[in-house]
Design a binder for this molecule. Structure first.
Ligand code: 5GP
Length: 115
């Protein structure tokens, strides 16, 4: 059993968040420390600790999770100008919350390579 994270508490509504989308599979909410005009996190309701553990989700669940990321980005009005999806994984990836989460980042020009 992995340790409880802030996102476990958020799903249980023990802490509040600015939720932009929710269904049976996933929930999307605004990042508390936005790195761009639009910065939303999308997590599956069934926990896996990181992108490296994506295989622990059922294939259908993982597929729906990915489709939700795409739909949420569209609903945020990001399709025309584009956006970036980031999964930080592990120490080198600078993952700070051990609950898989997609960052949807948009509303400004991105740079490459990332820091
Ligand atoms: P990571 O660095 O693990 O890829 O991203 C974790 C993200 O979660 C960070 O961007 C951070 O700002 C965000 N975050 C951490 N705690 C909270 C919280 O309590 N509420 C919300 N909405 N975002 C959080």
């Amino acid at each position: 059993m992995s340790e409880e994270t802030i996102f476990d508490k958020l799903i249980k509504k023990e802490i509040s968040a600015d939720i932009v989308y929710e269904d049976d599979i996933a929930i999307a909410f605004r990042d508390i420390n936005p790195q761009a005009p639009v910065h939303v996190l999308v997590i599956p309701k069934r926990k896996v600790t990181g992108f490296d553990k994506l295989g622990e989700l059922e294939e259908e669940e993982a597929g729906k999770y990915f489709q939700t990321i795409s739909k949420v980005a569209e609903s945020l009005g990001l399709n025309q100008d584009g956006y970036r999806i980031v999964f930080n994984s592990g120490r080198n990836g600078q993952q700070t919350v051990n609950y898989i989460h997609a960052h949807i980042i948009g509303g400004r020009q991105m740079k490459w390579p990332p820091g």
